[in-house]
Design a binder for this molecule. Structure first.
Ligand code: FES
Length: 122
C-alpha cells in the first residue's frame, strides 16, 4: 500500500514530481476499510474496483514506466464522498460507482488525457 502522507507541501510536490517523471499518470484508489460504522471506501466496493482498474489498464497496454500506474492507498480524507480516487499529476479527484465508471476513467482520462467531468469531485 502506498502511503500518501508527506511531511509538508514541499515534500508532497517533490514526491509528485518524481512520480510524474516515472509514470505519465498515476491513479490512487482509497481502499481504506473501517469496521466501526464510519464511512469508508472499502464499504463501497473500492477494493474490487481498484483491481478491475488495474486489469483494464494492463489489458489496454497502458501499464508500465512512462505510462500508467494503478495503486491502492489508505484513507485520502474524503471519506464522506467515497469511494474516491485521485489521478496525478493532474490532481483530478473522482468518485465512482461501478465498472462502467472505471472504464470511463481508464479510457478517457488515463489513456486519452481527458478527465471525466461527470465523476469529478471538486
Ligand atoms: S476511507 Fe476513503 S477517503 Fe477515507
Amino acid at each position: 500500500m502506498v502511503c500518501l502522507a508527506p511531511a509538508n507541501a514541499r515534500e508532497a510536490g517533490s514526491i509528485i514530481d518524481r512520480m510524474s517523471n516515472y509514470y505519465e499518470r498515476h491513479i490512487f484508489f482509497c481502499v481504506n476499510r473501517r469496521d466501526d460504522g464510519r464511512p469508508c471506501c472499502a464499504g463501497h466496493g473500492a477494493e474490487s474496483l481498484q483491481a478491475y482498474a488495474k486489469e483494464r489498464v494492463k489489458a489496454l497496454g497502458l501499464a508500465g514506466r512512462g505510462k500508467v500506474r494503478v495503486n491502492k492507498a489508505g484513507c485520502l480524507d474524503r471519506c464522506d464522498e467515497g469511494p474516491v480516487a485521485v489521478v496525478y499529476p493532474d490532481a483530478v479527484w473522482y468518485t465512482y460507482v461501478d465498472r462502467s465508471d472505471i472504464d470511463e476513467i481508464v479510457e478517457s482520462h488515463l489513456r486519452d488525457g481527458r478527465p471525466v467531468a461527470r465523476l469529478r469531485l471538486e
